[in-house]
Ligand binder design. Structure first.
Ligand code: HEM
Length: 421
């Protein structure tokens, strides 16, 4: 699969097969005799858990941009940008340059010589991903509401449902962690490959004088599963992604845009939220309480009314004393499509950490990214969660942004080109 290219002249792929789970299982096994506690079963290293760093995804040609339906990779770097040029032509050039660069990066190639070229600005590569494989990199580009204004001659082209999100209950949003005119979501199985992509794309934006960085989150340990992937855990220790959109019919009904002009079709809306978790409070809570907060069992992931992770929750089931088994304030009860008029969203989230805060507490949470064909679906679910979710005691929504993600470009074209036609 690996080809010789400028970045990898030998054609060799270092560490093509890395099983991180194997390493972790091995480490745990080495200490188990001395462990003073009863460990939960670590689980066998599943075949699908082997990371193939030579794997690559195509940038051109599909109906939708990669990085939405793509099985979630291990790491993400998410960044939003403010437009700094008032000229539509500059935006066009940036989207064209980004598209060309992303196509190269997703093949595991450099975007130019590893040498800054004075006065020409944009065409060089910073080099830190040399010798690394494509690592399943995807870069997904979003366009924010302010792109579609008279200033850029695009007011008439605004996707019908694109607007700022409404204020939602429990919002504690910080302006410096919110908004943006453009978004880049880079996901890869190697964190350095994801960061390299964002770094070089941010440099192109800056060097062309078109857009400046606004806020960013580095994510790890995907907190959602694609079809056929085993369900990972978020930083609360719970499996996250069990009841997510996985089937074609749900993607068609709830994720891709169907209406509007041709250039919008097979696009989607991206909602990003930076959700801080008060994990040290959470860690003092008994697991039985934690189970009631989510409505699921921590270790197995099963709903409180079942025994297997994939059992369908029974929201009507009661204890002998008449109380609901899945409490009224449980996260899954409030979020489930059965209790929200049938609506579903695709969650494609990542854990994040910002280290230690000013009080010496662990500063971490969830980079919640969701895709849907109507942002009102996110608002409807978050309106209920923000008002009553038992989880609210342990989380704060501190960042927020919304973007329209146009369909994938065809060969020879660039993201959003039809918008300027
Ligand atoms: C830090 C914040 C959050 C955490 C820790 C969290 C965690 C979880 C967990 C553990 C599950 C159960 C497993 C699963 O089915 O995936 C779940 C389900 C779900 N969550 Fe969240 N979540 C968070 C925020 C949100 C937000 C902001 C939304 C949307 C507004 C949301 C929507 C959902 C939905 C739709 C489900 C599936 C419910 C079902 O059908 O059973 N979550 N979440």
């Amino acid at each position: 699969m690996t080809e010789k290219n400028e970045k990898n002249p030998s054609g060799k792929t270092p560490n093509p097969q890395v099983s991180r789970r194997n390493l972790l299982v091995g480490a745990a096994a080495g200490t188990i005799g001395a462990a003073p506690f009863a460990a939960a079963p670590a689980g066998a290293a599943a075949a699908e858990d082997v990371v193939d760093l030579t794997r690559e995804h195509a940038f051109y040609g599909a109906a939708e941009q990669a990085g939405i339906r793509t099985p979630p990779q291990r790491y993400a770097v998410y960044m939003t940008f403010d437009l700094t040029s008032p000229r539509a032509a500059d935006l066009q050039v940036l989207l064209a340059r980004w598209s060309g660069a992303i196509a190269q990066l997703m093949k595991g190639q450099t975007i130019g010589p590893v040498e800054p070229m004075r006065n020409s600005g944009v065409g060089f590569d910073t080099g830190e991903a040399l010798d690394l494989g494509p690592a399943s990199l995807t870069v997904t580009v979003g366009l924010g509401p302010r792109v579609f204004t008279d200033a850029y001659g695009l007011a008439q082209r605004k996707p019908a449902l694109l607007r700022e999100l409404m204020a939602l209950p429990s919002d504690t949003l910080k302006p410096e962690l919110s908004g943006g005119d453009l978004s880049l979501q880079a996901c890869a199985d190697d964190p350095q490959v994801a960061y390299h992509a964002i770094r070089d794309l941010a440099r192109i934006a800056k060097d062309t004088g078109t857009a400046a960085t606004r806020w960013t989150v580095m994510g790890f340990g995907r907190a959602s599963a694609g079809k056929g992937q085993s369900t990972p855990r978020n930083l609360l220790g719970f499996k996250d992604g069990t009841r997510n959109i996985k089937d074609d019919a749900d993607f068609e009904q709830f994720v891709w845009t169907k209406a509007g002009p041709q250039w919008e079709r097979h696009g989607t809306y991206q909602v990003a939220r930076k959700i801080q978790m008060h994990i040290e409070n959470w860690d003092t809570d008994r697991v039985s309480d934690q189970n009631n907060v989510l409505g699921r069992h921590k270790i197995s992931g099963a709903p409180l009314t079942g025994s297997d992770e994939f059992d369908t929750p029974d929201f009507g089931k009661k204890q002998a004393d008449g109380t609901l088994i899945i409490p009224a304030t449980a996260h899954i009860r409030l979020a489930a499509h059965e209790n929200n008029g049938g609506i579903k969203i695709l969650r494609r989230s990542y854990n994040y950490t910002d280290g230690i805060n000013q009080f010496g507490l662990l500063d971490a949470g969830l980079l919640f990214i969701a895709y849907m064909n109507d942002p009102a679906h996110f608002e409807a679910i978050q309106t209920r969660l923000g008002a009553s979710d038992g989880l609210n005691e342990y989380i704060s929504h501190i960042g927020s942004a919304i973007f329209f993600v146009p369909p994938a470009p065809q060969n020879g074209s660039y993201i959003g080109e039809a918008l300027f036609a």
